[in-house]
Design a protein around this ligand. Structure first.
Ligand code: TNX
Length: 531
């Protein structure tokens, strides 16, 4: 029988200031999976100072105490409690108070090491408890994800585990190298449901990913409701619009808002992408008037790219684009709106320039900052426009010029960070046009030394895109993302100096028991010493 402590009873104990003795560890405690060290975390923390004398034992009387007066801190506390309750079976009440006599996990706003900034945190583990300090709720959340990894892997179990919940003692001071650490999911080639997207968000948030880029439209399908062009989804996202005729699927605005809110609660910001002026066959096969000749092309469910183009000289094109940007901006609280711009092989260079130069101001008009694939740097846009590098080479004159001018760059080299590339020739899923990418390849590069002339100062961050031509289910998504996604997450968060394959592969191997308990369908790479 699970012993229950009601919140009121614990509050009463706390108010009385009764002396409390910690109950002994449960009899016949099962061994924990591996002994956790303070630095056994992905992404590896900036600084960790172990103190073997000060391990904390999470117990049935532990409370989660959050910064008084901060609803956001209390919410982080509630999420932490929800994460820790199933496996521990402990009540872990969340108390927004200044002090308790109980052993506690305290989430404190302010009073941090000066270096932690907007997303970092300081985590102190003593025998009495754990204290996470941060300047923001996002920093507190990041600290709780570290704490989760410091607990035995069984913490991820969905039912009660009778083990000793020891957190290794000492201090961590941690903050990100880059402000933008993203994953991308392609909803256009195969649609993925709200449940699948939010399940992916849960996984991303464990590795301190803070943006999720959604590729919402492409030649095959249009996956976001736009009220002023309703057939985009009823037809363009209708039956048979996935690769190989799989489908239908699209996000209603309510769905999209639900995804945005779910991600925001995990400190992840959604970046929506409308890919144009190419990759637009779904829209153009739905609305004949979006074609220069007024004739709707056939819908396409093959995997070819580069054949579609919006009609650059037609004013209707810009009414369409403005309607889409306006409606999307309205439901997007995050700062970025991605306009695609890749592989516009059916658009002349001159038309491409005309198009991008007309569309960028529309993004600003609706209060968003434009990002786009690296091709948009051909037009030398203003310095607030962000380029996402997806090339496989180490030189790109447009990008180097943009960086010199002051544009920021997101690094997602296709031969390093593309999660849809096969691991090796035997991988059933995925593509191979850019490279085979084993875990060591995904980890083995430095975002600030990838493209000549695009150094640390020009880098906004990193992204791990997952194109879905061959991926249909959440299982498929997980198989391609794990274990490479944590590699990219570490490149985005941890210092360049901490980069070390031998350390990473061991820490990665120690994640496996967690993934098994979370039922993550990961690829058991032979390069990693899995536990
Ligand atoms: C290239 S990368 C594309 C996508 C494909 C992907 C498959 C990029 C900006 N465009 O249209 O889905 O390759 O790996």
């Amino acid at each position: 029988m699970r012993r229950r402590h009601t919140l009121t009873r614990l509050l009463a104990i706390a108010a009385l200031g009764l002396p409390l003795t910690l109950p002994a560890a449960p009899a016949a405690a099962a061994p924990t999976v591996g002994t956790r060290q303070l630095s056994d975390v992905i992404p590896v923390p900036v600084e960790s100072h172990p103190d073997a004398q000060s391990a904390f034992r999470l117990g049935p009387l532990t409370v989660i105490r959050t910064a008084p007066g901060s609803l956001a801190a209390w919410q982080v506390g509630r999420q932490l409690a929800a994460t820790l309750r199933p496996a521990t079976g402990y009540p872990l009440p969340v108390l927004p108070v200044r002090s308790t006599p109980l052993p506690e996990i305290a989430l404190v706003l302010g009073a941090t090491d000066a270096r932690v900034g907007q997303e970092g945190y300081q985590l102190d583990v003593t025998r009495r408890g754990v204290t996470i300090r941060a300047n923001t709720p996002a920093g507190l959340f990041a600290g709780t994800q570290t704490l989760r990894q410091l607990l035995p892997a069984q913490i991820e179990a969905s039912n009660r585990q009778r083990i000793t919940w020891t957190v290794p003692g000492g201090r961590i001071v941690d903050y990100p190298r880059f402000a933008y650490r993203a994953a991308m999911l392609d909803l256009a080639r195969h649609f993925h449901t709200v449940d699948e997207i939010t399940a992916y968000v849960d996984l991303l948030s464990q590795y301190k990913i803070n943006y999720l880029h959604l590729h919402l439209t492409d030649d095959q399908g249009w996956r976001i409701q736009i009220d002023s062009w309703p057939r985009l989804t009823t037809v363009g996202g209708g039956p048979g619009t996935g690769v190989d005729g799989v489908g239908p699927g699209f996000l209603t605005k309510a769905d999209y808002k639900a995804v945005v809110a779910y991600a925001a609660a995990r400190h992840i910001t959604i970046v929506p992408e409308i890919d144009m002026p190419g990759h637009t066959n779904a829209a153009q096969s739905t609305y004949a008037e979006l074609n220069c000749d007024g004739v709707a092309p056939a819908p396409r469910t093959d995997m070819a790219v580069g054949y579609s183009s919006l009609c650059i000289d037609d004013e209707l094109t810009y009414r369409f684009v403005e309607d889409v940007i306006r409606e999307l901006a309205e439901i997007t609280p995050g700062p970025f709106l991605h306009i695609g711009g890749d592989e516009a092989h059916a658009t002349t260079d001159e038309d491409y320039r005309t198009f991008v130069e007309r569309v960028l101001p529309l993004v600003s008009k609706y209060g968003k900052r434009a990002s786009g694939w690296n091709e948009i740097m051909r037009v030398d846009p203003s310095t607030d426009v962000v380029a996402q590098f997806w090339g496989t080479g180490t030189t790109n004159a447009d990008l180097a010029r943009a960086a010199a001018r002051g544009n920021k760059v997101i690094m997602s080299p296709a031969n390093k960070s593309y999660l849809d590339m096969k691991y090796d020739p035997s991988t059933r899923l995925g593509l191979q046009w850019a490279a085979y990418i084993e875990v060591r390849d995904a980890y083995g590069w430095d975002p600030a030394h990838r493209v000549a002339g695009v150094g640390e100062d020009a880098i906004l961050g990193v992204e791990a895109p997952l194109w879905s031509e061959t991926l249909r289910s959440l299982d498929d998504i997980e198989y391609m993302a794990f274990p490479r996604l944590p590699a990219i997450a570490e490149l985005g968060w941890s210092t360049a100096a901490s980069h070390d394959w031998e350390s990473f592969r061991v820490r990665l191997g120690a994640q496996a028991p967690r993934w098994r308990l979370q039922e993550v369908n990961f690829y058991p790479s032979p390069q990693v010493p899995w536990i």
